[in-house]
Structure formats: structure tokens, C-alpha cells
Write a protein that binds this ligand. Structure first.
Ligand code: ZN
Length: 263
């Protein structure tokens, strides 16, 4: 989840604790670099497997969304327990405490903090999506930021996706489809409920898979933002290309099978 705040203050804590002022620091049993990634971990982790996941997400973002990665350093800081993660972050970033992972970006470096759980791979895929989006775009509307992160956090057809799709489908059939104009009102991650994450995800599924028109319109909107333009809300901006956007999305959501991402 994105937390683009107090970056400078937080960033100071990592080198201090990693290097121990020149002494060997035994906190990290893994401290390895692969291309732009540096991994610090309190527990043994397959560095190549982790980097493979990060690269896979990066590649999909590049090929399917037009989100170009940079070579700027990305640091992963992995904790053995939730307590260890919380102790490390509680003073500098109390907002991180209710989450399994957070990311930070500034012009020079991005950092992902996460703790060991059975969702670690999912969490890292989610957070690297935020990193890449924020590297490429000067600002990222919240529903796009979380929608794409949710879209790419699992590999296609993993368990959980079917039930999420089912929930969207039934709500749409009952007359409560995900509404883009509602999602576009959300300004801060703290305002987002689980339904908002799921609805943002559903909108990305629709835009990327319904038709060439929907996909190209969405990519074109991302390009506008990348180019420093201020296109306004997507729902208004896209009108000339898709005049009945919400209606078109509703029929997509009601389908017995709407396509999910594939990598
Ligand atoms: Zn997120």
C-alpha cells in the first residue's frame, strides 16, 4: 500500500542499522544485491526466486501497461516476525503497523518493508507494483495505484481470485457494481475499505481485458500522466472514446467469467 510520506526521515534509519557504524551487523542473515535490487533479510530467503517475482511483475507492467522501470535502486527489508517489523518502524512510521508491507519512494531510492508470512510473495508483488508506478508517473490516482497492485499481486488463477471475481459478479447482478466515480473520490489509502480494493481491482480487470478500446484508452491516460499532463478524472477524460463507460463495465462485471491477469 502506498505511503509516500516522511520518506527522508525513515530512510535514515536503514543505513544506520545495517552498517552499525562500520561494524558488521548480524541482524541481516541475507544482504545481497541483484541488479537494482538489494535485499536485507532477517531470515533465509531465496534471493533469486524473490528477484524473479519482482522482475516478472516489472515485465508485465512494461509490456501490458507501458510502465517503464528505471534502474534506480530498490531495497527490500524483510523481517522475521511481525513484532520485529513493528519495532523497527513504529517510531518513524506508525501508519505501517496495521499492514503486512509498505513502500517508500523518493528520487533516489525505493524501499519495501515486509514481514515473513505466507503472503510474502503476494505482498512483494503488490509493493513492487507501487514502486514501478511511482517511478514512472508523477502522480498516481489511488484507485489505479491499488487496482493495478491488486491485479498483479497474485499469479493468474491463484486461489482467492475466483471468490473475489464471484463477489464482484453477484454484486453487479444485484445492481451494485463497482462504481468508478465513487472510487475516484478516494484520496488517501487510509480511507480505503476492503471493498474499495476489490472494486479498484475489478476496474483494472475490465479496462485491461474488455476490449482493445478500453485497454488502449487506459494506457493512453497513463501516458498523459507520464508526460506531465493533468488529464483529470479518468471517467470524464475517457468519455469521447467510451461514452457509456459505467454501463460497459457493468456488463463486463456481470459476465459469468471475466478474464483475470496472466503472466
Ligand atoms: Zn497497496
Amino acid at each position: 500500500m502506498p505511503v509516500p510520506l516522511v520518506i527522508a526521515a525513515l530512510y535514515l534509519i536503514l543505513p544506520l542499522q545495517c552498517t552499525g557504524f562500520g561494524q558488521e551487523n548480524t541482524r541481516w542473515v541475507i544482504q545481497q544485491q541483484r541488479q537494482e535490487f538489494t535485499i536485507y533479510s532477517e531470515f533465509p530467503v531465496d534471493v533469486d526466486a524473490v528477484c524473479h517475482q519482482l522482475q516478472a511483475v516489472t515485465k508485465i507492467l512494461q509490456q501490458q501497461f507501458g510502465i517503464e522501470p528505471t534502474k534506480a535502486p530498490v531495497e527490500l527489508i524483510l523481517f522475521n516476525t511481525r513484532k520485529s517489523y513493528e519495532d523497527y518502524l513504529k517510531d518513524e512510521l506508525p501508519e505501517a503497523l496495521n499492514r503486512r508491507a509498505v513502500f517508500f519512494s523518493d528520487n533516489d531510492v525505493s524501499q519495501i518493508y515486509a514481514w515473513k508470512s505466507r503472503w510474502l510473495t503476494t505482498d512483494l508483488r503488490h509493493e513492487i507494483t507501487h514502486v514501478r508506478l511511482h517511478q514512472h508517473l508523477p502522480f498516481v490516482p489511488l484507485w489505479i495505484d491499488e487496482g493495478i497492485a491488486e491485479y498483479l499481486e497474485t499469479q493468474s488463477e491463484e486461489s482467492g481470485l475466483a471468490s473475489r471475481r464471484e463477489a464482484v459478479r453477484w454484486k453487479a447482478r444485484l445492481g451494485f457494481p463497482p462504481r468508478l466515480t465513487s472510487l475516484e473520490q478516494l484520496q488517501h489509502a487510509a480511507e480505503m475499505q476492503s471493498d474499495d480494493y476489490r472494486n479498484s481491482w475489478a476496474w483494472i480487470c475490465y479496462l485491461m481485458n474488455d476490449s482493445d478500446t478500453s485497454r488502449e484508452a487506459f494506457k493512453s491516460y497513463l501516458r498523459k500522466i507520464h508526460n506531465g499532463e493533468a488529464p483529470g478524472k479518468f471517467s470524464s477524460w475517457v468519455q469521447p472514446q467510451i461514452s457509456d463507460l459505467q454501463q460497459s463495465a457493468n456488463s463486463y462485471f456481470r459476465k459469468s467469467h471475466f478474464r483475470l491477469n496472466s503472466d
